[in-house]
Write a protein that binds this ligand. Structure first.
Ligand code: HEM
Length: 153
């Protein structure tokens, strides 16, 4: 499996599918928590760390919320619902990211970091591949800034 990062294009209609329940079924709550905590520990040290709170307690909250979201999106219990104020889960998630200027480069770093963690995870390739497809596609919807070619080139 190559964990390809496909390019995000402005105004593209992104087709994505929520992950199958398989990852949650094999990892369970604790396994999902470990996966997400490991991912966010690496984000804390990454080139996109500045997007996130540097305060450790605040960063813990980000990890907790993300863990809840990923458990729910993978078909686990609806433990993230309380955050969403009745909105559709995916729409809500896109809206949250509008508060930040996210370019393709930041998405690449985010996905590249997730790829490292997934490669180390001892789970069937097919299950990881399905999850990766979700990450690759859905993350395009978090990109909200595109570089324009210079008029002088
Ligand atoms: C599949 C793609 C992604 C998913 C599912 C996702 C999911 C999430 C979730 C669940 C939260 C917590 C929301 C809350 O406060 O309840 C969050 C926050 C955030 N995400 Fe993402 N994310 C994705 C991609 C990205 C990318 C590419 C970036 C690039 C920089 C990013 C940056 C952020 C930032 C800055 C926050 C806010 C942290 C804070 O609360 O201060 N995310 N994301």
């Amino acid at each position: 499996m190559n964990y390809e990062i496909t390019k995000a294009c402005e105004n593209e209609k992104v087709e994505f599918k929520n992950p199958s329940t398989a990852l949650y079924e094999v990892l369970g709550y604790e396994g999902m928590r470990k996966l997400m905590y490991e991912f966010y520990e690496r984000i804390y040290e990454s080139n996109i760390a500045h997007f996130f709170p540097q305060d450790r307690d605040e960063f813990e909250e980000v990890k907790k919320k993300n863990t809840k979201f990923f458990i729910q999106i993978c078909g686990g219990p609806s433990i993230y619902d309380e955050e969403m104020k009745q909105k559709d889960l995916n729409e809500y998630m896109i809206d949250i990211h509008k508060n930040f200027s996210i370019y393709e480069k930041s998405r690449d770093e985010w996905l590249g970091t997730f790829r490292e963690v997934l490669k180390e995870l001892h789970v069937d390739e097919e299950i990881k591949n399905d999850f990766w497809q979700y990450l690759d596609k859905f993350s395009k919807l978090t990109v909200n800034r595109y570089l324009r070619e210079s008029a002088y080139v």
